[in-house]
Design a protein around this ligand. Sequence first.
Ligand code: 5GP
Length: 236
Amino acid sequence: MEVYEGKAKKVIPLDDGKAIMEFKDDATAFDGSKKARFGGKGWLNAQISAHLFRVLEENGVKTHFIGVAGDNRLIVERLRMYPVEVVVRNVVAGSLKKRLPLREGTELPEPIVELYYKDDSLHDPMINRYHAKILGISESEIREMEKIALRVNEILREYFRKRGITLIDFKLEFGKNERGEIVLGDEISPDTCRFWDAETGESLDKDVFRFDRGNLIDAYERLYQRITGEAPSRRL
Ligand code: 5GP
């Protein structure tokens, strides 16, 4: 089994059906055209992902998370990943501004679910269920992913609301385990979600890096503190 290395993570397969997911300090945006490295980002994203996966598991969502394996590593169940990103949106931001005539910050009357095909050479195009079928992903598999994604949204939206944070939108990835179950994989972190401070509207996520809105590590640390109630115990 091969080691997979992406822009912000490395997945190292183990021989017992598990894998190590290692979070890097690298950050990229706009199709990899903007790049930087932030000491401590890998640790923060690993810890935040672990925390949120635990919250989801406690609420009955099946995830690949098994445990934390050191500073910036998680142990996860190995999955056969679908080449699809499932995005859920509660508030208008990011690419939705180019699709609907609505102003940034407008709350949507109900969540929107979008599918994107993960392919750098095509720049991750938006797809629908018909496209997914051509890619070998059945309608029932897509429906299942969408159902889980909306459940994740219900749980996390409420979890963050109680902590003074608005969950604007986020991206999930799913895979199939050895038992044929569809399981939530990848990460849930400020790299893959938009979080706004409910009072000030400040971004506590990767938009800080995308749009030069301040110090990324400060923002991620503030998010960490708000969700765990603890000061970050390690800064690399
Ligand atoms: P948008 O489509 O507005 O750019 O992104 C919607 C949400 O999904 C944002 O929270 C964004 O961080 C996340 N997202 C979408 N595509 C990607 C991706 O390729 N990588 C990462 N890390 N996040 C993504």
